[in-house]
Design a protein around this ligand. Structure first.
Ligand code: ASP
Ligand code: MG
Length: 448
C-alpha cells in the first residue's frame, strides 16, 4: 500500500485532476490512499470568507459561495463527472452557507468556525476526485475526520498519533479489502467532541505522513508542481538540477536555509518509521523526483545544493562581559524577540562578541534601542545569507569543495562573515546582498 498526497496545484483544475487520474492508473497493482489538498487558492478564499462573513452583506456572502460552488461544478463538468458529484458539491456548499450565516448573525468568527469553514476546500476537491476515479477504478471517498484525532487547538491542532493509528487500523484499513483506492482529505481532523479542526496552513503533507505512518505503508509520494528538490532556486539558476536521493537531514537543512519546496519536519512521522518519501511532479510523472530517506545518498561528496536567503539582519554584539556572558546575551536576545517575535536563525561567538542572524529585514528591528546597552557596541546590518549543503561535507573527501566555497566567496565579497559548524553538513556565510546572485551562480557550478 502507498500514500499519495496531491497538493493544491495538482488539483487546481480539470487538467490537473486528469493527471491525478492517469497517475493512479500507472499504479494499477497497488492499493493507494490518496490524500488531497484543496484546489489551489481555495483555503485562502475560505479563510477570507470566514472573517468577511462578520460584516459582509448577505448578497456578497452568497455570491462568493456561489462562485466557489461554480468553480467546483465547472471542474466536474469539464471532467465529465458533474452528474455524479453535483448533488454532493451543492450539499457541501449549502452547509458552508449555513455556517457563514451563523457567523453573520453572531457578528463573530471564532477559530473554531474558521476551521470548520476552511475544511470545505479539501471536502470539495476530494468529492470531485472520487467522482473522477470511480470511472474505471474502484475508489471510495473517506472523511479524514474519522481518523485524524486532534486536540482542540483550532487552526493549529495537535494530532494524537496513538488514537489516530488505532482508528486508522479499525475504520480505514478494512476499506481496502474492497477498494483499490481510497480518497481522503489532507489538512483536517476532528477533536474528541468530533468538531472539525485543521492542522495549520500547508498541513496536508503532515496528514500524508500521519496516514502513511498509521497504515505503515511502503512509500509516500508527495505529488507537486516541481520535479523534486533542486540544487538551487531554478528562478536564479536555470540549470539547477533535481537531487534524486537525499537524507532527511539534508532536506531539513535546505528548508531551514531557504528552500521552499517542502517542510521536511512535516514528514517526521513517516521517516521515524523508515517509510521513504518521494517528491514528484504531477505534470511530469515520468521525472524521477527526489527520494528522502534516513540515510540519503551515502556516496555523495562536496556540496550538492546552494541556497540563499536574500534578506537577513545580522546583529553584532561586541563587548559582552566575560563573567556573565551568557546571561547578558540572553537578556538582549529575549528583548529582541519580545519586540520582534523573531528567534535567531544563527548565533555564533568569537571571543567577547556574539553574531546573531535573524530572518528579516533590518527595518524590523527599528524598535530596538541600542542606547539601552551603553557598555556594548551593537551594530545591525542587512546581508544575504548563502549556504552550501552536502550530506558528507565533514569528511576528508569533501575538503576540496569546502576550500572552493571559501575561495569563491572571498573572490566576490571583500568581507564575508563565515559560519562553520553551525549546522552539520552546511557551509554558511553572510555576503553583501548585491553579490549574492553571482556568488550563488558560481558556487552552483561546483555542486557535485
Ligand atoms: N489547503 C491547505 C492550505 O492551503 C492545506 C495544504 O494545502 O497543505 O494551507
Ligand atoms: Mg497547499
Amino acid at each position: 500500500m502507498i500514500v499519495m498526497k496531491f497538493g493544491g496545484t495538482s488539483v487546481q483544475d480539470a487538467h490537473a485532476m486528469s493527471h491525478v487520474k492517469s497517475i493512479a492508473s500507472q499504479y494499477d497493482n497497488e492499493k493507494i490512499l490518496i490524500v488531497s489538498s484543496a484546489c489551489s487558492g481555495m483555503t485562502s478564499d475560505l479563510l477570507k470568507l470566514a472573517t468577511d462573513s462578520v460584516h459582509m452583506s448577505d448578497e456578497e456572502r452568497n455570491s462568493r459561495i456561489d462562485a466557489m460552488r461554480d468553480r467546483h461544478c465547472g471542474i466536474a463538468r469539464e471532467l465529465g463527472v458533474e452528474d455524479a458529484v453535483r448533488d454532493t458539491l451543492i450539499a457541501l456548499c449549502d452547509s458552508l452557507r449555513s455556517i457563514c450565516e451563523g457567523i453573520a448573525l453572531l457578528g463573530e468568527c471564532t477559530p473554531r468556525s474558521s476551521d470548520s469553514i476552511a475544511s470545505f476546500g479539501e471536502l470539495l476537491s476530494t468529492v470531485i476526485l472520487d467522482g473522477l476515479l470511480q470511472t474505471g477504478h474502484s475508489s471510495l471517498w473517506f472523511d479524514a475526520r474519522r481518523v485524524i484525532s486532534t486536540d482542540s487547538t483550532f487552526q493549529q491542532a495537535q494530532v494524537d498519533q496513538a488514537e489516530t493509528e488505532s482508528k486508522a487500523m479499525k475504520v480505514l484499513l478494512p476499506l481496502f479489502d474492497d477498494h483499490r483506492i481510497v480518497i481522503t482529505q489532507g489538512f483536517i481532523g476532528a477533536d474528541t467532541h468530533g468538531t472539525t479542526t485543521t492542522l495549520g496552513r500547508g498541513g496536508s503533507d503532515f496528514s500524508a505522513a500521519i496516514f502513511g505512518s498509521a497504515l505503515d505503508v511502503r512509500e509516500i509520494i508527495i505529488w507537486t508542481d516541481v520535479s523534486g528538490i533542486a540544487s538551487a532556486d531554478p528562478r536564479i539558476i536555470p540549470d539547477a538540477r533535481y537531487i534524486h536521493e537525499m537524507s532527511f537531514d539534508e532536506a531539513r537543512m535546505l528548508s531551514f536555509f531557504g528552500a521552499k519546496v517542502l517542510h521536511p519536519d512535516t514528514l517526521i512521522p513517516a521517516l521515524s518509521k523508515h517509510i521513504p518519501v518521494h517528491v514528484r511532479n504531477t505534470f511530469k510523472s515520468s521525472d524521477r523526483g527526489t527520494t528522502i530517506t534516513h540515510k540519503g545518498d551515502e556516496k555523495a561528496i562536496g556540496f550538492r545544493s546552494v541556497i540563499g536567503k536574500r534578506t537577513v539582519t545580522c546583529i553584532h554584539l561586541h563587548g559582552l562581559p566575560g563573567t556573565n556572558y551568557h546571561e547578558s546575551k540572553r537578556e538582549i536576545l529575549d528583548h529582541i524577540s519580545h519586540l520582534t517575535r523573531l528567534d535567531p536563525l544563527i548565533q555564533s561567538r568569537v571571543g567577547d562578541s556574539e553574531t546573531v542572524v535573524y530572518d528579516a529585514s533590518v527595518k524590523y528591528f527599528s524598535g530596538f534601542l541600542e542606547q539601552d546597552y551603553p557598555t556594548l557596541t551593537i551594530t545591525m546590518k542587512e546581508y544575504a545569507l548563502l549556504s552550501a549543503i552536502g550530506p558528507n561535507l565533514q569528511t576528508e573527501h569533501s575538503k576540496q569543495s569546502v576550500k572552493t566555497f571559501y575561495e569563491i566567496l572571498i573572490k566576490h565579497d571583500p568581507d564575508p562573515v563565515f559560519f562553520t559548524g553551525i549546522q552539520p553538513n552546511t557551509l554558511s556565510a553572510l555576503v553583501q546582498q548585491e553579490h549574492a546572485d553571482i556568488i550563488i551562480a558560481e558556487l552552483h557550478k561546483h555542486c557535485t
